[in-house]
Design a protein around this ligand. Structure first.
Ligand SMILES: Nc1ncnc2c1ncn2[C@@H]1O[C@H](COP(=O)(O)OP(=O)(O)O)[C@@H](O)[C@H]1O
Ligand SMILES: [Mg+2]
Length: 370
């Protein structure tokens, strides 16, 4: 059993992270499928998967709540089951406001606010934050044995961990009041004249608002009054859950230098935050396969030996290149393991086809769990 199989059998939350395009979404879906097929009630919370994979899982953005995945070979009736949902950050934000507002009136005021509408759909980090809110909600519901979380296609894996703190800082009305109160009194020139560009808050306000929205900003924070503490508290609870030994972070990387460096960096950050690093998946590994050594003289003879010989000589050269590439990749993986001791590693080869349906997830799973 690979370290990943161990996790898929026993963890309560698996978070797949890594830099963009490395295979987080595919890995998350494959882990969830495997766990479901091994008897666990599983939900994968995925973010922005490729269209064909979303279709194969029966996902659409409009639902924003878990739906059973219907696919050939999945257990029709218990004990395991697979649900999937695709995060719609705007909808999730709206739901959070509706759920935690004092009353319908407070919710309506916030939802109708134009500054809120911009914030909830465009602000960097909102997606990560909402993934955590959704994770919290699903975890609280106790409907699942295992929640598998895909992380947003951000540039950096670290953004996921930093998002709640960053957003909380932005939503902290106390800080905001200091900033905005004089603006409301003095007028619009104030923000422009204020030299606070270094604070996250002013940067956001500048980015998210035109001056015509400034009044709405003040109204938003007035309406938001009392909700901030709840946001902060839930973020704290999710952090606690992420630190719990029943959670496992799975870092996904490709065997190129940049992705592996990012993976090492992320592993260091998890360790510093005392968050449980479960395994490293090195995805899309090149494999050369065994070919007996062919001496230079024999290759020369091949080249001189008609079209078939030339083809064979060309293939040998391609194979040499592939071998060099595969060896370099293995060296880089070993270097990483030297730096992060005791890390379980699963290597997955580059498959000949995209991972876009349940059959593809099973092919991926064969390597992740074999
Ligand atoms: N082992 C693999 N072999 C071939 N293609 C893969 C493999 N793993 C992932 N892919 C493909 O790579 C692309 C990126 O994968 P994805 O899971 O969406 O990455 P991420 O979520 O990290 O951005 C997708 O088209 C996926 O089908
Ligand atoms: Mg993805």
């Amino acid at each position: 059993m690979t370290p990943l199989a161990e996790l898929a059998r026993s963890a309560r939350i698996v978070v797949c992270c890594g830099s963009g395009g490395v295979g987080k979404t595919s890995t998350a879906a494959a882990v969830a499928l495997w766990a479901a097929e091994h008897g666990r009630r599983t939900c994968v919370l995925t973010i922005d998967p490729a269209r064909r994979l979303a279709q194969a899982l029966g996902l659409d953005l409009l639902s924003n709540s878990p739906r059973p995945v219907k696919a050939k070979g999945l257990p029709a009736r218990g004990p395991g089951s697979l649900d999937a949902m695709m995060l719609d950050m705007r909808r999730t934000f709206d739901e959070v406001i509706e759920r935690y507002a004092r009353d319908a009136d407070q919710a309506d005021r916030i939802l109708a606010n134009r500054f809120y509408q911009r914030l909830s759909s465009t602000l960097a980090g909102t997606q990560e934050y909402m993934a955590m809110e959704k994770l919290y909600e699903l975890h609280e519901s106790q409907r699942y044995d295992l929640l598998v979380v895909d992380t947003p296609p951000t540039r950096s894996a670290l953004d996921f961990l930093d998002a709640p703190d960053n957003l909380n800082e932005l939503l902290d009305a106390r800080a905001f009041r200091l900033l905005i109160a004089p603006a409301q009194r003095i007028g619009r020139g104030y923000l422009r004249g204020l030299n606070l560009a270094t604070t996250a808050m002013t940067k956001m306000v500048r980015r998210v608002t035109g001056s015509e929205l400034l009044a709405e900003v003040g109204e938003f924070f007035a309406a938001f009054e009392g909700m901030y503490d709840g946001f902060k508290e839930r973020a704290g609870l999710v952090y606690d859950q992420l630190k719990h030994p029943s959670t496992a972070f799975v870092v996904v990387a490709t065997p190129d230098g940049a992705a592996l460096r990012e993976a090492a960096y992320f592993a260091g950050r998890l360790a510093a935050d005392r968050m449980p690093l479960g395994a490293l998946v090195v995805n899309r590994i090149h494999q050369a396969g065994p070919v007996p050594p062919v001496p230079a003289a024999a290759r020369k003879r091949l080249r001189a030996d008609g079209a078939d010989g030339r083809l064979l000589a060309d293939l040998l050269e391609l194979h040499d290149g592939l071998e060099t590439l595969a060896a370099a990749e293995q060296r880089r993986v070993r270097d990483l393991l030297d730096r992060v001791p005791n890390l379980g590693v699963v290597q997955v080869p580059l498959l000949s086809d995209d991972v876009h349906d349940v059959a593809g997830l099973r092919r991926l799973g064969a390597h992740l769990f074999a």
